[in-house]
Design a protein around this ligand. Structure first.
Ligand code: PRT
Ligand code: ZN
Length: 210
């Protein structure tokens, strides 16, 4: 039996469950249960917070998982990636108040930047020789400039409408993300074989959608 960790409820959940079902894997899910087993494939599904998925897979609590590259790379776990899944596409971007005169990344030298992705942001700034003060906050990042907490923010953007409604403009794209399948590095032969069967089905689903 292979154990997969997927997000319990959020932007990855529906497409993760849809992908498993499109692979012909049946299961009964209820919003109250944190664990379910497939009725026709040796797969057990765990429902977790997305932030916890890379750690659980690295530790072997789950064998495989589905998570956004933004979370995976922020946690330094990109080596676990086995397949890009093509959904939950988004980007991590820097944004400043729309009235600011922003001309280049150097304008951020010495500025306060609020983000939930300090590692991704730090490496982007360091590669460009920019020194800023990074303030790590766990949510509602977009309101930081308007309440005087920061000069700029670095957050996930997809349509861009959240930035606009908070009076911000996107000025730099820091990281491009999509959902990926990750796997523990030390799966036994039996689990490896189930993973290969699953990967084969995922790739067939993806080919059919192209
Ligand atoms: O509860 P849990 O910790 O599991 O979930 P979460 O709240 O941390 O994550 P969730 O469900 O919001 O997002 C899960 C993953 O979906 C992220 O890690 C990204 O990989 C991906 N994703 C795709 C997004 C978005 N699109 C997205 N738009 N994650 C967040 N957003 C947010 C963003 O933070 C911002 O507040 O949506 C807002 C911007 O959206 P637009 O369309 O207005 O630009
Ligand atoms: Zn999360």
């Amino acid at each position: 039996m292979l154990r997969i960790a997927i997000q319990k409820s959020g932007r990855l959940s529906d497409d993760s469950l849809k992908l498993i079902r499109e692979c012909g894997i049946s299961f009964i899910s209820s919003s109250l249960k944190l664990k379910t087993e497939s009725t026709n494939f040796p797969l057990e599904i765990l429902f977790l917070r997305d932030d916890d998925i890379p750690g659980y897979v690295a530790d072997g609590v789950a064998d495989i998982g589905i998570v956004g590259q933004n979370v995976l790379v922020e946690e330094g776990m990109q080596h676990l990636t086995v397949e890009e899944l093509g959904f939950s596409k988004c980007r991590l971007s820097l944004a400043v108040p729309k009235g600011d005169n922003y001309s280049s990344i150097e304008d951020l030298n010495g500025k306060n930047i609020a983000t939930s992705y300090p590692n991704l942001l730090q490496s982007y700034l360091s590669e460009r020789g920019v020194q800023a003060n990074i303030h790590t906050i766990s949510g509602s990042v977009e309101i930081a400039p308007s309440i005087g907490l920061a000069d700029a923010i670095c957050d996930i953007v997809s349509s861009g409408s959240t930035l606009i409604s908070n009076g911000l403009k996107e000025v730099e794209r820091v990281f491009k993300s999509q959902a990926v399948l990750i796997a523990n590095k030390d799966l036994n032969a039996e689990k490896q074989e189930i993973l290969e069967k699953l990967l084969f089905r995922i790739q067939s689903v993806q080919r059919a959608q192209r």
